[in-house]
Design a binder for this molecule. Structure first.
Ligand code: PLP
Length: 380
């Protein structure tokens, strides 16, 4: 049996996979079982921030593995402490909780908000995506994710992004513990939130002593040209959840807490066996330490290249996003575009009815341009 056949037989059928088996890679190039080369504009859905098998990342991981691969949270370990310090220094936040995924980070954020003032209602946005656990599914403002898994966790209210009246109504009708939102709705089709609306959310949270919680699982860690996307919006969140690109390819999630909420979680309130794992934290330390002004200006430069190349190109209706998180509304169905690109050696993603690009932050300009030419040709 081939790997594809074994997978189809034994792996739970929750994913629609492309008919490609990836066996190796380096940077933004990956190779399939037949040795065919692809330029990777997916980075594992925004995970491999510095590409596949990056030298510095690999060194950080293998060095830590050769020392200690895991201890329980009953003991101190260096990578965990140092990563928490670095994340706080880069954001002005005060405390960090480590977990293993985006959904878990949002679970923790929701627990912080509920415990903070003993209130229950969390406001989220329609068309959002916050994860697959039952509570983060509840937080996700898209009906079709909810249908088959009732009853979900109660205590969520959904408002339309950009609709300030609806937002005010949610605050008037509920004792709101906090608002959880993405600055750019990723799975929702790479839709940036309106700046004025974002500031209204912040003000309403502030006036009502509710927590402003930003889901930076996809937008975080340099993806949008800032360390975190909320920094493009002049927001001052109380809680930030992140994951995906943080570990550069190893599972890690984090919740950053401001001074105001830094003492909300106490002993026994929350925990995770693998949270703060030394290898994942060493990987994340190597990623975060490289997200500096030079890298971020590279991200902006490559972002501009993408917008300049694709905006107004034949078959393109519009291009949305920020930094290296890009959505392309094409005249052809997005799925067909992505399949044709794969055929021609370029890996990209969809998000709803858009073609989505999430290349590695350090993708070489020439690889990016080569891939964009292929995309342009396919889209036309
Ligand atoms: C991917 C994603 C999640 C879920 O992350 P997992 O690691 O898959 O649990 C949550 N929020 C946003 C915005 C995401 O893009």
């Amino acid at each position: 049996m081939s790997i594809k056949e074994i997978d189809k037989e034994y792996v739970a059928g929750t994913y629609g996979r492309f008919p490609v088996e990836i066996v190796s890679g380096k940077g933004s190039k990956v190779y399939d079982e037949n040795g065919k080369e692809y330029i990777d504009l997916t980075s594992g859905i925004g995970v491999t921030s510095f590409g596949i098998a990056d030298d510095l990342w690999q060194k950080a991981v293998t060095e830590q593995i050769s020392k200690v691969q895991h201890m329980s949270n009953l003991f101190y370990t260096e990578p965990c402490a140092k990563l928490a310090k670095m994340l706080c220094e880069k954001t002005g936040m005060s405390k960090v909780f480590f977990c293993n995924s985006g959904a878990e980070a949002n679970e923790c954020a929701i627990k912080v908000a509920r415990k903070y003032k003993g209130r229950s209602t969390i406001v989220t946005l329609k068309n959002s995506f916050h994860g697959r656990t039952l509570t983060t599914l509840s937080a996700t403002g898209q009906e079709h994710y909810h249908e088959l898994f009732q009853p979900l966790t109660p205590g969520f209210d959904y408002v339309e992004a950009g609709n300030i009246e609806e937002l005010k109504k949610a605050f008037n009708e509920n004792d709101v513990a906090g608002v959880l939102m993405e600055c750019i709705q990723g799975e929702g089709g790479v839709v940036p939130i309106d700046k004025e609306f974002a500031k209204s959310v912040e003000k309403l949270c502030c006036d009502n002593d509710a927590l402003l919680m930003i889901d930076e699982v996809q937008t975080g860690n340099g993806r949008t040209g800032k360390m975190y996307a909320y920094m493009n919006y002049d927001l001052h969140p109380d809680v930030v959840s992140t994951a995906k690109g943080l570990g550069g390819g190893l599972p890690i999630g984090a919740v950053l807490m401001s001074e105001k909420v830094s003492k909300v979680l106490g002993p026994g309130d929350h925990g995770s066996t693998f949270g703060g794992n030394p290898v994942s934290c060493a990987a994340a330390l190597s990623v975060v330490s490289r997200i500096d002004d030079e890298l971020l200006s590279e991200v902006d430069k490559k972002s501009k290249l993408i917008f300049d190349t694709l905006s107004g190109a034949k078959g393109v209706e519009n291009v949305t996003g920020l930094g290296l998180m890009i959505g392309i509304k094409t005249e052809k169905p997005a799925k067909d575009v992505v399949n044709a690109c794969i055929e021609k050696g370029v890996l990209c993603l969809t998000a709803k009815d858009k073609v989505r690009l999430l290349p590695a932050l350090n993708i070489k300009e020439e690889d990016l341009m080569k891939a964009l030419e292929v995309i342009k040709e396919v889209i036309a």
